[in-house]
Design a protein around this ligand. Structure first.
Ligand SMILES: [Mn+2]
Length: 386
């Protein structure tokens, strides 16, 4: 049995504000759906961030409904968990797709219930594949998993689906302790991390398919966007690369150059293109003049003439001559927050209160701790502010 796994498709994203980039994201999505249909997989699993926003544009909705309709006609179930981008402040378009029978959103409320101190998680089984999991937006995820109870069915292939970063990938961005994951599944699948990543858990594979297109400049360096085809008979998989628009990045050392010389150096790099995205990262310290003298518009025009989709020049790492002596003072988050609220016109007391609220809302600590802090805020409000 074959299962196709992909995620972080971010449909509707207008990368660099260019219409063609929105189409590129759709194109990548269609390639995956076509592969699912032609290679006759038993199920498709999407690891979240189907859309770039909870309420996508009408044209994005129509595109998605048409594509998912093809899978439905082919009797291929589409399992998904809501990613961090799929959820709007109110409702999400995933609910519409769910009601239309186009997707099985295993992070819908109906799959969670309480039983005394436990949270019961259920899922769905189609074509011999059982999927259950967790939604992407939940900063209490480790606590939820500690009290979660799952009745894992037998005689089927069992997948646990989520949208969180485990510390194997990056301890700094990690939101889920791998050891908290439930045991007894045949495969673990997650999204949120936009590169392919393979780990293992309890002797089973834990896979991140990565995103299907490059979502921002940081991803422009990556040349392996794709999806996973998992074979349940031998527990092996292949990573299938997608055919996506090329991006070209040049780092230009501008040390001891004048603005005119930099423009010349950049222009020489712009040979005939074929719809690629072109990036220049300028580095080093100018010999004279200032970086605002570099006419970016002139270069952008040349890139358009030479048939690039678009061109962008980053000058953030380029130093004006007088800046070389500047000592960079690293600010703490606390200082940055204070400055932010000061600029908003907050007084000292209001700033302290705002920081305390950020502290409470952003904290993933135990509910007892939060209760204590909220009580502190309330008594503060009573005594100080009113
Ligand atoms: Mn994402």
């Amino acid at each position: 049995m074959k299962i196709l796994i992909f995620g972080d498709t971010h449909l509707g994203k207008r990368n660099f504000k260019i219409k063609q980039r929105e189409e590129d994201f759709e194109n990548a999505f269609s390639q995956v759906i076509n592969h699912a249909l032609t290679s006759k997989v038993e199920a498709v699993i999407h690891s979240g961030d189907l859309f770039d926003s909870g309420i996508p544009s009408i044209s994005t909705m129509i595109f998605c409904i048409k594509e998912l309709g093809k899978l439905k006609n082919g009797n291929i179930p589409f399992f998904i968990t809501a990613g961090s981008h799929d959820v709007g402040s109110g409702d999400s378009f995933l609910r519409v797709l769910d009601e239309l029978g186009l997707i099985i959103n295993v992070s819908s409320k109906k799959y969670y219930s309480r039983d005394d101190d436990a949270i019961i998680i259920t899922g769905e089984k189609r074509n011999g594949v059982f999927v259950c999991g967790l939604p992407g937006r939940n900063n209490q995820i480790n606590e939820v998993l500690e009290i979660a109870r799952i009745n894992i069915p037998k005689n089927c292939f069992r997948v646990f689906l989520f949208h969180h970063i485990i510390s194997d990938i990056n301890p700094l961005f990690s939101t889920l302790k791998k050891s908290c994951l439930p045991k007894g599944f045949d495969l673990y699948v997650s999204g949120h991390w936009h590169d392919f990543f393979e780990a293992s858990y309890e002797g089973k594979k834990l896979l991140y398919p990565g995103s299907t297109e490059r979502c921002d400049f940081r991803e422009m360096h990556s040349d392996s966007k794709g999806f996973i085809v998992y074979d349940t008979d031998n527990n092996n998989f292949s990573f299938e690369k997608l055919s996506i628009r090329k991006s070209i990045i040049f780092e230009i050392n501008c040390t001891n150059l004048m603005p005119d010389e930099i423009i010349e150096k950049v222009r020489k790099k712009i040979v005939k293109g074929n719809g690629e995205m072109l990036f220049f990262v300028l580095k080093g310290g100018l010999k004279g003049g200032v970086k605002s003298e570099i006419n970016l518009y002139e270069i952008y025009e040349l890139a358009a003439e030479m048939n690039y989709l678009f061109c962008k020049i980053y000058t953030g790492a380029l130093e004006n001559p007088e800046e070389k002596q500047t000592i960079v003072h690293k600010k703490s988050i606390n200082e940055i927050e204070k400055e932010f609220f000061k600029n908003k016109g907050f007084n000292n007391k209001e700033t302290l209160l705002a920081q305390e609220i950020i502290n409470v809302l952003g904290s993933g600590k135990s509910s007892q701790n939060i209760e204590e802090k909220i009580n502190n805020i309330i008594s503060w409000l009573k005594g100080e502010m009113i």
